[in-house]
Design a protein around this ligand. Structure first.
Ligand code: PLP
Length: 365
């Protein structure tokens, strides 16, 4: 028997949102809606579809490992140097690259609790430890709590903003104050997967901080507002030195041509992004009003998902909703047993979800 590394014994596979086809097959349902993985309910820009269709005639050729054209497009949009960018197969892969680049065995990293679970797993694989700082009473990052946990083995701080699963935001002022207080040899990862939904108001424009601080990595993705989750493409923005070290770790062809072309096309279709944000705002207001009418506590969100307290076992409610063809996320995964996380869908999807939720809650009471 081949022996795996000891560390692997302490890992469990990531449990993704259930795929629609699997639920249809298992439960014999004709229609299933998935409001579990914070995907864009409007799909993706038609321009991205066209780009992938054109590429599909040419799949024999390896991708451009440097993602040159996509980097050019991003650098123009963001007004940064292409060498400040690293592309990954989703930001998820970039999290792995960050941990592989910066974590020695025994090092630790600090994250909120609950927050995006992948921060913990990428660090564990590298024989590092995760220090978890509980959210404040209003479900926000306890940044003072983070500062208290820093020790001589701390290498990375993960700031999920807005935070998944709570949708809460760290303001520009809070973030700047925090970054100033963190020792300069600790990397701060600003995970802005939901940037397009959150931007404006008090939400930080973190790019501006890259000139002042050299210990920052900003993560953004094409999986959420851009609607390209299936293609797997996201990016890191930092200084040239950090990107240079991460490029040593990155696989040579880690993003595929279809993803690169679709991302370029999607970037040019900002109307689609505007439409997506508008739809999200409308869905958010609708769901807020329904939750209020039902007397359910919810956490106001800066992203495209809402955490709502259903005062019942989230696992049971998850199963009951599944039987009605609605996939959501149960809060137990995040230590919030009475809560569910629902992605804001289209108008029709939101209405189907609400009807199903009312029936389920009724059945349980
Ligand atoms: C906070 C956060 N970061 C990163 C990711 C990973 O996204 P992707 O790998 O699709 O870019 C997600 C996906 O749900 C997320 O919620």
């Amino acid at each position: 028997m081949v022996k795996q590394r000891d560390t692997i014994n302490n890992l469990s596979p990531y449990i993704p949102g259930k795929p629609i086809e699997e639920v249809k097959r298992e439960l014999g349902l004709d229609r299933v809606i998935k409001l579990a993985s914070n995907e864009n309910p409007l799909g993706n820009s038609p321009a991205a579809t066209k780009a992938v269709q054109e590429w599909s005639e040419n799949m024999a050729i390896y991708p451009d490992g440097n993602s040159t054209r996509l980097k050019m497009a991003l650098s123009e949009k963001l007004n940064i140097d292409p060498d400040q960018l690293l592309l990954g197969a989703g930001t998820d892969q970039i999290l792995e690259i960050i941990a592989q680049t910066y974590i020695n065995p025994g090092d630790n990293t600090i994250m909120g609790c609950p927050s995006f679970p992948r921060y913990e797993s990428v660090v564990k694989v590298m024989d590092g430890q995760s220090i978890e700082v509980p959210l404040t009473g209003d479900y926000r990052m306890d940044l003072n709590g983070f500062l208290e946990k820093i020790n001589e083995r701390t290498r990375i701080i993960w700031l999920c903003n807005p935070n998944n699963p709570t949708g809460t935001m760290i303001t520009s002022e809070e973030q700047l104050d925090f970054i100033r207080k963190v020792p300069k040899d600790i990397l701060i990862v600003l995970d802005e997967a939901y940037y397009e939904y959150a931007k404006g108001g008090d939400y930080p424009e973190s790019l501006e901080l890259l000139n002042e601080f050299d210990n920052l990595i900003i993560l953004r993705t094409f999986s959420k507002a851009y609607g390209l989750a299936g293609l797997r493409i996201g990016y890191a923005i930092s200084n040239k030195e950090i990107i240079g070290y991460m490029n040593r770790v990155r696989g040579p062809f880690n993003t595929n041509t279809g993803a690169q072309l679709a991302a370029i096309a999607a970037l040019q279709d900002q109307d689609f992004i505007e439409k997506s944000i508008q739809s999200n705002n409308q869905g958010k207001e609708y769901l807020y009003s329904v939750f209020e009418e039902m007397g359910l506590e919810y956490i106001p969100t800066y992203a495209n998902f809402i955490m709502v307290n259903i005062n019942l076992s989230s696992v049971e409610v998850f199963k009951a909703l599944l039987k009605k063809g609605v996939i959501i996320r149960s809060g137990d995964i995040y230590g919030m047993d009475d809560w569910i996380r629902v992605t804001i869908g289209t108008k029709e999807e939101n209405e189907i979800f609400v009807k199903a939720l009312k029936e389920v809650i009724n059945d349980f009471s």
